[in-house]
Unconditional design. Structure first.
Lengths: 113, 112
């Protein structure tokens, strides 16, 4: 079985500061990992995905995530926060990549001007 | 037009009523999913379908049913709505050879 834990349901950072959103996973097989973003009153949009190739994955809007097998982590980072980054972020895991996704409980990111 | 379209966008219904949420897609994907989103709980899988003849229960299927009318259409029904089914419902699609989902914009359902 697969599961995802997102540490911190709410994270606040100042505009221009580093964004770090934490995700730890549990998987009985090599996982595929995803980060999705949800802007207010919208659906979920794929930010980036890890598919067992490069461990450092670059996504849209300047975000990136690093797969660390030894730490079972897939944390999301962005060097400099922008006001437009305010949204809810979800980490998700899937076995083999083409099976159903299991989502974390989400982290709401607030940007302080 | 959106790749994954959900109707209605918003719905208020009364306890005990039957309601259907519809999802259609133009992605050509064979796999379709229904999730519900609740604050603090993330997204939880209700039902999923890997092709027209394949329907599977997710982790929270009680009180729900689905119909896969065609490859492009996947409907979710609440046979007798109850207030704790008030939530945001998402349809998603995927292809067997490409990881990740495409989501619809969601249906906000309120049961009073």
């Amino acid at each position: 079985a697969q599961s995802v834990t997102q540490l911190g349901s709410h994270v606040s950072v100042s505009e221009g500061a580093l964004v770090l959103l934490r995700c730890n996973y549990s998987s009985s097989v090599p996982p595929y990992l995803f980060w999705y973003v949800q802007y207010p009153n919208q659906g979920l949009q794929l930010l980036l995905k890890y598919t067992s190739a490069a461990t450092l994955v670059k996504g849209i809007n300047g975000f990136e995530a690093e797969f660390k097998k030894s730490e079972t982590s897939f944390h999301l980072t962005k060097p400099s926060a922008h006001m437009s980054d305010a949204a809810e972020y979800f980490c998700a895991v899937s076995p083999f990549g083409n099976e159903k996704l299991t989502f974390g409980t989400g982290t709401r990111l607030t940007i302080i001007p | 037009d959106a790749d994954v379209t959900q109707t209605p966008r918003n719905r208020i219904t009364k306890t005990g009523k039957r309601i259907m949420l519809e999802c259609s897609q133009t992605k050509g994907h064979d796999r379709m999913y229904w999730y519900r989103q609740d604050p603090g709980l993330g997204l939880r899988l209700i039902y999923y379908s890997f092709d027209v003849k394949d329907i599977n229960k997710g982790e929270i299927s009680d009180g729900y049913s689905v119909s896969r009318q065609a490859q492009a259409k996947f409907s979710l029904s609440l046979e007798s709505a109850i207030p704790n089914q008030t939530a945001l419902y998402f349809c998603a699609t995927s292809s067997g050879d490409s990881p990740g989902y495409t989501f619809g914009s969601g249906t906000r359902l309120t049961v009073v």
